[in-house]
Design a protein around this ligand. Structure first.
Ligand code: ATP
Length: 302
């Protein structure tokens, strides 16, 4: 192709201009190759394996880890044959020492990364058969360090539910004990938060993120609990917020608090990327030395 274009240049242009045009063409082709290189990099990998993704049932659905293995790209395996099921509408807490793989499990449900072994299913469907937008429309994800945008309280909440009314926003704020933010000044929901506005504490930031998740109304919620110590009022408010989101939802929580695990229907104990015990608080206290150790020394007592 380049030779043919060059031939055309020499036919129609004087030599000097043709050489100049050729140089530009080469530069352009080089740039094009680089752009292609960039565009060709699959940011999140290929999407739906099926042309027609299966429909997901409405309401809370099960999350099922079936011998799931995973390693971050270029890194060693961090999860090995992880198997457990979060039944629809129930609460499962993940506990384990730092680096055990708890947050990674949430990232896999969101398909931020793909499993490298076994199968991860939502409502019985392999998540790789669900386009990411379909999958994520069913999931709420509350990170440990929830971001607060510079802007108004209303703007911060409408990110996940642009059509929510002020009444809906206020109702959700009350549910997570953040009603006071909108009552602080005449600006109401228009009060500036984040950079240049009301600064929120760690506990308030996470409750704001929970409020976002509540507004979007996903039937499945993934929650990475904050590791920081909260004062008693914030602690109680976080408890109530988690109780509020747990109603009629499937909940998978990375837990750092004893009160969270005590309330869970099921606790999964991870160590070194493996499931080492599954049960309720009372069962595990009797059967799992690692759980007893974590409950005594690592989980925040509150
Ligand atoms: P913590 O309680 O400290 O948050 P965790 O149990 O949630 O720990 P993960 O964050 O899931 O553990 O990490 C599991 C393993 O994967 C660790 O060895 C960690 O270093 C590694 N890891 C986590 N995130 C990444 C990443 N983005 N890239 C490469 N390795 C990672």
């Amino acid at each position: 192709l380049v030779a043919f274009v060059m031939f055309l240049f020499f036919l129609v242009l004087p030599l000097g201009q043709a050489v100049h045009a050729y140089t530009q063409l080469q530069t352009g082709l080089g740039a094009l190759a680089r752009i292609e290189e960039i565009l060709d990099v699959p940011v999140e990998g290929a999407d739906d394996r099926r042309a027609r993704p299966p429909a997901l049932p409405a309401g809370p659905v099960a999350i099922e880890f079936d011998r799931v293995g995973f390693g971050y790209p270029g890194g060693p395996p961090v999860l090995h044959e992880v198997s457990f099921t979060v039944p629809p509408g129930t609460r499962t807490a993940l506990v384990g020492p730092s680096g055990a793989g708890k947050s990674t499990l949430l990232a896999l449900v969101e398909r931020f990364y793909e499993v490298t072994g076994g199968t991860l299913r939502l409502a019985g469907t392999d998540v790789r058969d669900l386009p990411r937008d379909v999958l994520r429309s069913r999931l709420g994800y509350v990170e440990q360090e929830a971001p607060v945008l510079a802007g108004t309280l209303r703007e911060n909440l409408l990110i996940t539910a642009p059509d929510a009314t002020d009444d809906e926003v206020r109702a959700v704020l009350a549910e997570v004990n953040l009603g006071h933010l909108a009552d602080r000044s005449a600006e109401g929901l228009g009060v500036q938060v984040g950079e240049g506005g009301v600064l929120l504490s760690g506990g308030e930031r996470q409750r704001l993120a929970i409020a976002r998740a509540l507004l979007a109304g996903p039937p499945v919620l993934l929650l990475d609990e904050p590791t920081s110590n909260l004062d008693a009022r914030n602690e109680a408010a976080l408890r109530r917020a988690i109780d509020a989101v747990a109603v009629r939802r499937t909940l998978l929580i990375v837990a750092h608090r004893l009160s969270t695990v005590v309330d869970a229907d099921q606790i999964v104990v991870l160590d070194g990327g493996r499931v080492v015990a599954v049960g309720t608080h009372d069962e595990l206290t009797g059967t799992s030395p690692l759980y007893r150790e974590l409950a005594t020394h690592q989980l925040l007592v509150s």
